[in-house]
Design a protein around this ligand. Sequence first.
Ligand code: 6GU
Length: 271
Amino acid sequence: MIIDVVSIFPDYLAPLGLSLVGKAREQGTVTINVHDLRQWTTDRHRTVDDTPLGGGAGMVMKPDVWGQALDSVFAHEELIAPHGDKEAAGVVSPDGAVTDGGESPPRRVLIIPTPSGQSFSQRHAHDLATVDHIAVACGRYEGIDARVADHYRDRGIEVAELSIGDYVLNGGEVAAMVMIEAIVRLIPGVVGNPHSLVEESHGEAGLLEYPVFTRPPSWRGLDAPAVLLSGHHGRIARWRRDQSLERTARRRPDMIEALDVTELDAHDQAL
Ligand code: 6GU
């Protein structure tokens, strides 16, 4: 996967060199390029914004500068991963298997982080983890001229305007990092133990994760639940299931409403 991030504060994205995402980059599982939007300005002041048409507070990011930036980033992709020749482009697993036969055209998505977008969820993360090329357009001020999204959609690029929650940040950079981390950890081989992806909160069960404990069994007068020390796998699974349900009901009643009852029952029968 290739991810191109465009921002007027490229240094803001430095944490993408650390930890799990940093390791995935070193391994070559993902290529992340961070670009300074101002390199695509042409005026002496390197202007990226202008006053809103129709009036109002704040500034709007200029479509011409974003157009130059995103044209460049999406053109670049063809050079790196020529359509139909992924093997030559180096998309080969360490064991030599080619990930994709090269029959399908590369999937390209433009993510525009914005507080007025759809809510980014684990479902989006799973879907975006299968994309060949993601460009992330980080806006500041009051946002990016709306024609930018329309233009790339018209050109056949999937455009996802996504919010990370109901609060306002100063720009898209932190939201971009949140989404990139959620996506990259779902690419096969990035998280060491694939089982840790299965049971986690917001996974398939639609429930929050149960509470977890480790040694010592007693700490500052607090005992870990005895069932976890029983060695009885069936009782442990049942207890964890109950804890997940109780925790979800208390903390996220909206998630209980959304549960598929048939699926829930099927899962419970198996315990
Ligand atoms: Cl994606 N951007 C900004 N600026 N603020 C946000 C957000 C995104 N998601 C929640 N708040």
